[in-house]
Design a protein around this ligand. Structure first.
Ligand code: ZN
Length: 204
């Protein structure tokens, strides 16, 4: 199982980090050791002073595929969950300034929080406009909607599978909306997919 992440997929988030709008998806990966499940607490690593939350819709691949055409991409996932792409922003900014890969900032242990529950696509009223949000200590900090993605789920699957064979159980984190920011010890994170609370855990 692999975790594929899409960067820079919401215009307002690109602007808040002063990045350029991409003409094709920005792709990076996390190893399976990055998974944080069961609403276990997230422990801030000692080597960073600026871990950011990035709430994201996560799609789960349900069959093997390579070079998938966009028109067939909908067949490669039936379920959507919620995740947080934890990012050591200080480390990432150093790496970006040097033109180096982001793994230290993105792929570290437990940097991919994931809901235990995934929701079938067929359940959503409008699968093209799925709302989600993150609250911290009861205050809404990030709100997103899949209709605001620059690259939709099908385009992401098509583009990623040009380079990487997708397999059953692979996860794709589809990018974060605006409102990213640092977490601190004692924070209580609650993530919602529509009105379902799928993430509920502490920062330690
Ligand atoms: Zn992200």
């Amino acid at each position: 199982m692999k975790i594929i992440c899409i960067g820079r997929n919401y215009v307002a988030h690109i602007q808040e980090l002063k990045n350029e709008i991409p003409d094709e998806p920005v792709i990076f990966m996390k190893p399976d050791t990055a998974l944080l499940r069961n609403n276990d607490p997230f422990f801030i690593p000692g080597w960073t002073n600026d871990v950011h939350h990035e709430i994201e819709l996560v799609i789960k691949i349900n069959r093997i595929g390579k070079s998938i055409e966009k028109k067939f991409a909908h067949r490669y996932f039936d379920e959507i969950g919620l995740g947080i792409d934890f990012t050591a922003r200080d480390v990432q900014n150093n790496l970006k300034a040097k033109g180096l890969p982001w793994e230290k900032a993105k792929a570290f242990d437990k940097a991919a929080a994931l809901s235990n529950t995934f929701i079938s696509k067929s359940v959503f009223e409008n699968p093209k406009a799925i709302p989600f949000k993150l609250d911290i200590n009861g205050v809404q900090v990030q709100v997103g909607n899949s209709e605001l993605m620059i690259f939709d789920f099908e385009e992401i699957i098509s583009q990623v599978s040009k380079y990487v064979t997708l397999k059953m159980g692979d996860l794709i984190y589809t990018g974060t909306p605006a409102g990213v920011g640092a977490v601190k010890i004692g924070d209580h994170l609650e993530g919602y997919l529509e009105d379902r609370k799928l993430l509920d855990f502490m920062i330690k």
